[in-house]
Design a binder for this molecule. Structure first.
Ligand code: HEM
Length: 259
């Protein structure tokens, strides 16, 4: 397979996964609007379920989706220079961090206003772990990739190179954690809105979750298979592949070599 064919297939597969995932997220939101009260008047009535639904809105559209796109910036935005793809990566992840903080604040506030207990379910434990890891990832990314730019070619640069595989691994784990947290959160919402008593809602919830699960499995495979591509390339370390590595395109799925 030629490099161009490989990259085209890779982008096609990733785009397919992202489209399916986005359909799943859109269906979840449709459910929130039609069955769980939506967000109308939420900010006028803090503590209401409409106010709490902003947690879902922020987590899905301002955290999960920007994170999912940002995670694959170097492979999706092959039409721009690698340095621009790096800016996309930082911008999408910064939007994601803002969305995560806003989503967390809203739910914490809702629980506080209603006098419920904090952190008492699988979703809330998983959510907390995800948020802590994401914050760590964002801060370490900022420190190592942005602040160290002037130190190119020094010890800092070696640390950066060494950290990159860990950064990727944490990013891949985060995608998994986020997907599981979302599934757990939706399951909780289905229970809260009473799907057990309503067969129509039960069928609907299955369809909603199927789209999302198939989407994140596809997109997750796309993100995680980067590991296998990388191994293949380092094994076949020929003069021509070395030349390929040195290009400054965002084209390469191998993000370990150029930082
Ligand atoms: C990946 C994104 C998400 C993260 C990181 C996350 C995180 C959290 C955290 C940390 C809490 C606990 C707040 C507290 O106890 O003070 C929470 C609560 C909650 N979340 Fe999420 N969440 C996410 C997505 C969702 C989604 C998609 C739903 C779907 C409806 C959802 C529904 C809920 C509900 C209903 C609660 C309240 C739990 C309770 O009453 O015990 N979350 N979330």
């Amino acid at each position: 397979m030629t490099k161009a064919e490989f990259c085209f297939g890779n982008i096609l597969f990733g785009t397919f996964g992202l489209v399916l995932t986005t359909c799943g997220v859109a269906l979840m939101w449709e459910y929130m609007e039609d069955w769980a009260g939506g967000i109308e008047g939420g900010f006028d009535n803090p503590g209401s379920s409409e106010y709490g639904n902003f947690h879902v809105l922020f987590m899905l559209f301002a955290f999960f989706l920007p994170f999912a796109i940002g995670a694959a910036s170097f492979r999706l935005f092959t039409f721009v220079d690698r340095s621009i793809a790096k800016i996309f990566h930082a911008v999408f992840n910064t939007i994601g961090l803002g969305g995560a903080i806003a989503g967390f604040y809203i739910e914490y506030d809702t629980i506080e206003i209603n006098g419920y207990d904090h952190f008492n379910s699988a979703h809330t434990y998983m959510g907390l772990l995800t948020l802590a890891l994401y914050l760590f990832q964002w801060i370490s990314g900022l420190v190592l990739f942005a602040i160290c730019i002037p130190f190119k070619g020094t010890v800092m640069s070696a640390i950066k190179k060494g950290w990159l595989p860990i950064h990727r691994l944490i990013g891949q784990a985060l995608f998994l954690f986020l997907s599981v947290t979302i599934v757990l959160g939706m399951m909780m919402k289905f229970v809260y809105t009473g799907f057990m008593a309503d067969p129509d809602q039960f069928r609907l919830s299955n369809i909603v979750m199927s789209y999302f699960v198939v989407g994140v499995c596809t997109y997750g495979t796309y993100l995680i298979t980067g590991i296998f591509q990388r191994k293949e390339k380092s094994q076949a370390s020929t003069a021509s592949s070395a030349a390929y590595v040195e290009t400054n395109d965002a084209f390469s799925p191998d993000t370990t070599v150029k930082i």
